[in-house]
Ligand binder design. Structure first.
Ligand SMILES: Cc1cc2nc3c(=O)[nH]c(=O)nc-3n(C[C@H](O)[C@H](O)[C@H](O)COP(=O)(O)OP(=O)(O)OC[C@H]3O[C@@H](n4cnc5c(N)ncnc54)[C@H](O)[C@@H]3O)c2cc1C
Length: 304
């Protein structure tokens, strides 16, 4: 059977896109392998009507909304190959099943790449986070660390000073600041420590200190990391979609990529990473798919 739309990724972006496409009376499948970027966190914040829910609860609520529409299917499966056959697309699941579809929405999200240091994976999502808008409130006024090995360090340090006045930036042996930037931070009582971090000490993910290469131990109750990120799935590049200079997928306001029939939405666009924004982008891409399908149906009838 030829589907109207296949969505790869069942996070807020993909589920929201599915809702719009399904309500637009088109046959749609969402493929998801259940590895969302925020699976390490216990609570999600800042998504109005969902504030404080776990990522899993938000996903469950989204999937429950989709149950009302017979045109929408969810398949817990990893897509391992996408082919552009000009007229349509062919998708292959890890289990070896093939699906043909008129349109594709890439809602595959991003992957965080954390700096290498002992203990970081244990505290990430519990007391170490990547976005102050998501978790700054929970850590407010506490002694915090910012682990930043890249040029985002200055921007993040300034931003975090809004949530705590007790902030130390750890560059983990990298020279990320110019002298005048260090002076600026120092003028705002933000210390910079360039010594490499040997390990993060914690108890069940609750950070209590950072152990440095020179033997010093610095007490910190939590913090943020300026992590690097990459696309979770290679399909945009494989299909030849134009990418932005920060590694996101380029789209227009309706989620259309530069490749005809391929749409994208959510974190993989490379903009601010927020659940509500991913859901909004999914909704836009869903509308884009419906616009295109309806337009094509009109054209087909006119050319008869
Ligand atoms: C630690 C942390 C905490 C966060 N906390 C918050 C918060 O409190 N509030 C907030 O608003 N935002 C938060 N975020 C950001 C939020 O997680 C993202 O903005 C949001 O998840 C993006 O949604 P998405 O649908 O684009 O991607 P995701 O939620 O990452 O979903 C993408 C889905 O695609 C699937 N997928 C990928 N490739 C394939 C494939 N080949 N086949 C099948 N499925 C595939 C993945 O398994 C995943 O389920 C946090 C992020 C992190 C890292």
């Amino acid at each position: 059977m030829l589907l109207d739309c296949a969505i790869i990724g069942g996070g807020p972006a993909g589920l929201s896109a599915a809702l719009v496409v399904g309500r637009g009376r088109k046959q749609v499948i969402v493929f998801d392998d259940e590895l969302p970027r925020n699976r390490v966190t216990q609570k999600s914040h800042g998504f109005i009507t969902n504030d404080g829910m776990t990522p899993f609860e938000i996903r469950q609520a989204g999937e429950a909304d989709l149950q009302n529409y017979p045109h929408i299917q969810i398949k817990r499966s990893r897509i391992i190959e996408v082919q552009n056959n000009e007229e349509n697309f062919s998708l292959l699941t890890q289990e070896g099943e093939r699906f043909e579809t008129k349109k594709i929405i890439l809602a595959t999200g991003l992957k965080d790449i954390l700096p290498e240091m002992k203990g970081i994976h244990e505290v990430y999502g519990k007391t170490l986070f990547s976005c102050p808008f998501c978790d700054g409130w929970e850590l407010k006024d506490r002694p915090l660390a910012l682990i930043a090995e890249n040029p985002r360090a200055l921007h993040m340090a300034k931003l975090l000073s809004n949530w705590t006045k007790d902030l130390i930036v750890f560059t983990n042996g990298k020279q990320v600041f110019a002298e005048e930037e260090k002076a600026l931070l120092s003028a705002h009582s933000i210390q910079v420590i360039d010594e490499p971090i040997m390990s993060i000490h914690h108890e069940n993910g609750q950070m209590h200190s950072l152990h440095l290469a020179d033997g010093e131990t610095v007490n910190r109750e939590g913090g943020f990391v300026a992590s690097e990120f990459k696309q979770s799935a290679p399909f945009a590049e494989i299909l030849g979609c134009q990418m932005t200079k920060n590694g996101g997928i380029e789209t227009d306001i309706l989620g259309r990529t530069t490749v005809s029939g391929v749409f994208a939405c959510g974190d993989n666009l490379g903009g601010p990473a927020q659940l509500v924004l991913a859901a909004a982008a999914g909704s836009q891409a869903g509308m884009g798919v419906i616009h295109e399908l309806v337009q094509e149906e009109f054209q087909e009838k006119t050319s008869l």
